[in-house]
Design a protein around this ligand. Structure first.
Ligand SMILES: C[S@@+](CC[C@H](N)C(=O)[O-])C[C@H]1O[C@@H](n2cnc3c(N)ncnc32)[C@H](O)[C@@H]1O
Length: 238
C-alpha cells in the first residue's frame, strides 16, 4: 500500500479548492506584468491568471517536484523552478512576488535569507504579497485526530486525513498529516514545521530585510487586522 507523491499532489488540489484568498491574490497577479509565485505548489494561481488573460511573465518556484510537475503540465509557458525561496537567484525582475495558501509559514530556519532573496527578485517598488495564520488564534489546536477530514480522491478512493501536532516550540508548530483509509489504516504520513510569527515579529523581520509595509489586513476582503483575525495579510514593498 502507500500513497505516491504524484497522488498526493493531485489530492492537494482536492483538499485546497479555490477560495477567497485566491481571489485576493489573483487581483495582485492580474495587476502586474511579471509575477513570481514562491511556494507555487501545483500552480493553481498562475494557471488561473493565464486562463483569465494574463499575457506577461509568470514564474513559480517550489521544492516539491511532484507539485511542480503538475504546475508544469497546467501552464507550459510559465517558468517553473525547483527550489526553496532561499534558493532564488532572480535579480530585479518581478513586479510582484506572492506566497499563497500560507506557503510563507514554511519559512522557518531560512526566513531571513528567503526574504532577502524574494526582495532581490523584485524590481524597485515591487510588492511582496502573502498571508500567514495569526498565532493569537492558535489554529493548530484544532489539528488533532478528533478532527479528521474525509475526502474522495481523484481515483475514487475514500480517504481520511488525520492531523496530529507533535510539538509547539516558540513560534514553530510541528505536525503530521496522515493520509489514511476510512478505517484509519495509514497510507502515508507527511511531517511539516510551520512558522507562526506574530505581527510584531513579522514586521521586524520584513523591515530588516528591506521591505516597507504598505498594507496589512485581517481578512481577504481587506478588513482591518485585529488580534482575532485568522490571518495576517501583508503587502510589502521593496
Ligand atoms: C500549503 S502549500 C501552498 C501551495 C500554493 N502556493 C497554493 O496556493 O496552493 C505550501 C507550499 O510551499 C512549498 N514550500 C515548502 N518549503 C518551502 C520553501 N522553503 N520555499 C518555498 N516553498 C516552500 C511546499 O512544497 C508547498 O508546495
Amino acid at each position: 500500500m502507500g500513497y505516491s507523491d504524484a497522488d498526493a499532489a493531485e489530492l492537494y488540489d482536492l483538499l485546497n479548492r479555490w477560495g477567497k484568498s485566491d481571489d485576493f491574490y489573483l487581483t495582485f497577479v492580474m495587476g502586474a506584468g511579471s509575477v513570481l509565485d514562491v511556494g507555487c505548489g501545483t500552480g493553481v494561481l498562475l494557471a488561473r491568471a493565464r486562463a483569465e488573460g494574463h499575457t506577461g511573465r509568470l514564474a513559480g518556484i517550489d521544492p516539491d517536484v511532484s507539485m511542480l510537475e503538475r504546475a508544469r503540465r497546467r501552464v507550459p509557458d510559465a517558468e517553473w523552478v525547483e527550489g526553496k525561496a532561499a534558493d532564488i537567484t532572480w535579480l530585479g525582475e518581478f513586479d510582484r512576488a506572492i506566497m499563497a495558501s500560507n506557503a510563507f509559514q514554511f519559512l522557518v530556519t531560512d526566513l531571513e535569507e528567503s526574504l532577502h532573496r524574494i526582495r532581490e527578485a523584485l524590481v524597485d517598488g515591487g510588492r511582496f504579497v502573502f498571508g500567514t495564520r495569526n498565532p493569537e488564534v492558535r489554529e493548530w489546536e484544532s489539528w488533532n485526530p478528533t478532527n479528521p477530514y474525509d475526502v474522495v480522491d481523484h481515483n475514487g478512493r475514500e480517504l481520511r486525513m488525520i492531523y496530529h501536532v507533535e510539538k509547539v516550540e516558540g513560534d514553530v508548530v510541528t505536525f503530521t498529516e496522515t493520509t489514511a483509509l476510512r478505517d484509519d489504516t495509514p497510507l502515508r504520513t507527511d511531517r511539516a514545521s510551520l512558522n507562526f510569527p506574530g505581527v510584531d515579529t513579522l514586521n521586524a523581520v520584513l523591515t530588516k530585510a528591506g521591505f516597507t509595509i504598505e498594507a496589512q489586513y485581517g481578512d481577504w476582503s481587506r478588513g482591518p487586522l485585529t488580534s482575532a483575525s485568522e490571518n495576517i495579510i501583508t503587502v510589502a514593498r521593496r
